[in-house]
Design a protein around this ligand. Structure first.
Ligand SMILES: *Cc1c(COP(=O)(O)O)cnc(C)c1O
Length: 404
């Protein structure tokens, strides 16, 4: 009986009839390529734990000894009494890893993005965002109160025309690896445009860190971008790093400004120190374990080749230096289906066959571009990729006939 919210049941009904209803699956195992779901073991192709570190023994043991040393709760925000030597050491290690003067930890990537953009901009300023940017970047831009422009995906010319008309401080914001497409921002061009137009550039490399670059430094490392080229660099720790949290890396001045002004930094409890200790252990694996990145690329290439042979619609790579496509393959390889209902049906068929692949629908992706977001882990084997391709082929053909 929802007399207090008379609209809600109608709204829920509408969401359901348009094939956009979201619900959760309850997992009974650690993260990994095998998940336990409803008593069954299924093969997981939708996690962002790209390097397979979320359940790594060294990371778990650092987490446990971190809890022994620091307890569980961090007690307060960083600026009160919650900033431990574990957080501090991790920040220094992340600064070194990214080749920046400093790094600042945030409790989540969502909060980092909201906090940074609104700390840097005001109503007299302007923010420019790729139209496929992650929701947290768009929300941060809106929350900042600055004039808000979305430019066509990866289209630096379109961006340039908007920029030349703007006044006040100008901030260009983009995903590095786009989270639902797996393609790359044209970073070399964006740096040029930003410099020419006297704008700041911010890159959210949530899906690049750990996965791309010889040492896992993400797109910044691939493109060789210094702190001057790319003054605001954001990374998350819950994906390739396999733990939790996020960071901003940049100049001393930038970090001090965020400590003074980023509301999502100031007004929230610090993440547990044990999580920082676990992340320090996973950073060591990220840097040392080249085999994880190399294997991921092999899997992604094998999948793309197989998917192309079967006639599936893959998302093309966008990159300024795409001569070396192999080097620039991300762990995200979506198959575009179009219709939301059908994407969900295919995903359900796959689950029956023992494969977990999530159907991504609007508003997460633009209307009419529902997709199966296939992601790989360094722990997958080639044969499992082949099994997935077979299962996809069966599921896609099955729903075709049913729909026709
Ligand atoms: C996941 C993600 C975030 C949010 O990070 P959380 O730590 O999960 O809050 C931000 N940006 C991008 C591009 C992401 O994919």
């Amino acid at each position: 009986m929802s007399y207090a919210f008379p609209d809600l049941s109608q709204q829920l009904q509408d969401i359901a009839t348009s094939g956009l209803y979201r619900s959760r699956r309850v997992i009974d195992s650690p993260q990994g390529i095998h998940l336990k779901l409803d008593g069954r073991s299924i093969l997981n192709f939708c996690s962002n734990d790209y390097l397979g570190l979320a359940n790594h023994p060294e990371v778990i043991s650092a987490f446990k000894s971190g809890a022994d040393q620091y307890g569980v709760g961090s007690g307060s925000a960083h600026l009160i009494c919650g900033h431990s030597s574990a957080h501090h050491a991790l920040e220094e290690e992340l600064a070194e890893f990214t080749g920046r003067e400093r790094a600042l930890l945030f409790s989540t990537g969502y909060m980092a993005n909201m906090g940074v953009i609104s700390a840097l901009l005001d109503i007299q300023d302007a923010v420019f965002e790729d139209r496929l940017n992650h929701a947290s970047l768009l929300d941060g831009g809106l929350m900042s109160g600055a004039r808000f422009k979305r430019y066509q995906h990866a289209d630096t010319q379109h961006l340039n025309t908007h920029l030349s008309k703007a006044s006040g401080n100008k901030l260009i914001v983009t995903d590095g690896v786009f989270s639902m497409d797996g393609d790359f921002a044209p970073l070399a061009d964006l740096v040029k445009v930003a410099k020419a137009q006297d704008a700041w550039l911010m890159v959210d490399d949530a899906h690049g860190f750990g996965v791309l670059g010889a040492k896992g430094g993400g797109l910044t490392e691939c493109f060789g971008l210094s702190q001057t080229d790319l003054p605001i660099l954001m990374g998350t720790l819950g994906k390739g790093f396999g733990t939790f949290g996020a960071f901003i890396a940049g100049s001393d001045e930038l970090i001090e400004t965020l400590i003074q002004k980023a509301r999502t930094y100031i007004f929230t409890t610090a993440l547990p120190a044990a999580v920082a200790e676990a992340t320090r252990a996973s950073l060591k694996r990220v840097i040392a374990d080249d085999w994880r990145r190399a294997h991921l690329k092999h899997l992604a290439l094998r999948f793309r080749t197989g998917a192309e042979q079967l006639g599936f619609e893959l998302v093309n790579l966008v990159s300024a230096n795409s001569d070396d496509k192999f080097d620039m393959l991300s762990a995200i390889q979506p198959i575009v289906i179009g219709d939301s209902q059908r994407a969900v049906e295919i995903s359900e068929h796959l689950l029956k066959a023992g494969f977990l692949v999530s159907a991504i629908r609007p508003p997460t992706v633009p209307k009419g571009s529902a997709r199966l977001r296939v992601t790989f882990s360094a722990l997958h084997q080639e044969t499992q990729v082949d099994q997935l391709l077979d299962a996809l082929n069966t599921a896609i053909n099955k729903t075709h006939t049913e729909a026709d």
